[in-house]
Design a protein around this ligand. Structure first.
Ligand code: TYD
Ligand code: MG
Length: 452
């Protein structure tokens, strides 16, 4: 008779193992495997032994949840239009990126609008947080501040006070006395998050949890934390650049991929209402290797400059260095240029950069990337008043992308007057732009750079 012996489970990825081991082979996490008691009875034995649950149909008379606006428009947009009561939000980001600053400003902003807010810091002493508040000019806001790491005490306090919003900075510093392992360990983080999320739902208190991010860009601790919460926001930015992007990667109450743009200044984070202007601000004279991509971030059009540098390589294997874009995407575009347009990059180092430190994930950036690469290679500048967008397929065809009209409108607003788009794009009236539609990359190369 076969009996399942897999009673060791990874708390990070859920993989089952036959015996305990220090590192999970499934996801590579260390110290994440715990022993789980086997099921005492099969599923069959359960039927008929519980109580029936109440079922409803999908139609609802209930109004959509009322949202509380923070007054910080960039934050409200990322939340999907404001804070949903009793929701759980995780804000992840590298240490020092400005999570505590952002949330202290948000706390003050909510509190000034009459929302009872509690800010619990497990990382800094109350005096430190007060000093920061003073520096940011927030001392007048009626925020309840606490410095504590014991979750039992925090939950007791929250239950007695019942604020509308509780901010926990950070989830990695919280610990439960019912869990044996050390604070910050996978089981502590998982248990603390579970307690807080359950509390949020039961008691109608919205919680915002701060989570640190590991080197490879994941919330430190178990991935399950991201599954437990309603909304996951990442606060990102390049070191050496002063602006920061708050990105919704998961949102049960709004669109994911929405971004909010902030600038870190001497007195805290300032909203950037026109990110395109910011990302293009460093552009001076038309230079070879630069192309402007008319992109969409979430629901908002954002123009960014793609920069390329192509130089003879002293190395056997030429360098391919990418910042702000997927390196696989660059390889694909280089391969298409070579195979479909007969433009080889062999023996050439290629450096590609999205100006300003933004990360572009849209396939629509392909055409602008190809344009920047060609422009750098041929040493021919692209007209400074031109934007480009379009996805390149492996056959070299240009595929139309979504929201063409929005892209054109934004470009027109920022003073651009011509655009290159894939054939059959829904350009509408073109927003006053001169739009050139091209069916494939070969046509583009022929028109822009002679025969190539
Ligand atoms: P912080 O919010 O503490 O980061 P996190 O909580 O994500 O670790 O931000 C710290 C950084 O922000 C620090 O390097 C200093 C900078 N900063 C400013 O530039 N201006 C300010 O007004 C504040 C409060 C911080
Ligand atoms: Mg912090």
């Amino acid at each position: 008779m076969s009996k399942s012996t897999a009673t060791f489970t990874c708390t990070s990825c859920g993989a089952a193992h036959k015996k305990w081991q220090g590192r999970c082979e499934g996801c590579g996490a260390w110290n994440s495997i715990i022993e789980e008691a086997p099921l005492s009875a099969g599923p069959k034995a359960l039927a008929g032994r519980g109580r029936s649950i109440t079922l409803t149909d999908l139609a609802t008379e209930e109004a959509p949840p009322p949202r509380a606006g923070s007054g910080i428009a960039e934050l409200d947009r990322v939340l999907g239009g404001g804070l949903v009561p009793a929701s759980a939000i995780l804000v992840g980001g590298d240490p020092g990126i400005g999570k505590s600053t952002l949330l202290l400003q948000a706390a003050a902003s909510f509190a000034r609008r009459g929302l009872p807010v509690m800010y619990i810091s497990g990382e800094e002493a109350a005096a430190q947080v007060r000093m920061r508040a003073q520096r940011l000019g927030l001392t007048d806001a009626p925020v309840q501040l606490g410095a504590e790491t014991n979750l039992r005490d925090i939950l007791t306090t929250l239950d007695a006070t019942r604020p509308a919003l509780a901010i926990i900075d950070s989830i990695q510093t919280m610990w439960l006395d019912t869990v044996e392992s050390a604070p910050g360990s996978v089981s502590q983080v998982r248990a603390a998050c579970h307690e807080l999320v359950t509390f949020a739902k039961k008691r109608g208190v919205a919680v915002i949890l701060v989570g640190h991010v590991t080197k490879d860009g994941q919330i430190a601790g178990p991935r399950v934390v991201e599954h437990m919460v309603d909304t996951v926001l990442y606060f990102e930015g390049e070191r050496g650049h002063q602006f920061r992007i708050l990105r919704a990667v998961k949102n049960r109450f709004g669109p994911a991929d929405e971004i909010g743009v902030f600038e870190m200044t001497g007195d805290g984070l300032a909203e950037v209402t026109n990110p395109s202007a910011l990302f293009l601000s460093d552009r001076d004279k038309p230079a070879p290797g630069s192309a402007v991509f008319a992109g969409i971030e979430g629901t908002r059009p954002v123009l960014t400059e793609i920069q390329a540098l192509v130089a003879p390589s002293p190395l056997g294997t030429p360098r391919r260095t990418v910042v702000g874009l997927d390196s696989g995407r660059l390889s694909t575009i280089l391969a298409v240029l070579e195979a479909r347009c007969g433009i080889p990059f062999t023996g050439l180092d290629v450096f590609l950069n999205v100006a300003g430190g933004l990360r572009v994930n849209e396939p629509a950036a392909d055409l602008a990337v190809a344009a920047a690469l060609l422009s750098a290679r041929e040493d021919v500048a692209i007209p400074p008043d031109m934007v480009l967008f379009g996805e390149i397929s492996l056959s070299g065809a240009l595929r139309p992308v979504g929201q063409t009209e929005n892209r054109l409108k934004e470009a027109s607003k920022l003073g651009f007057s011509q655009a290159v788009a894939p054939a059959r794009s829904k350009t509408g009236d073109g927003a006053g732009m001169q739009v050139r539609e091209m069916a494939d990359l070969t046509a583009f190369v022929g028109e822009m750079f002679g025969a190539g």
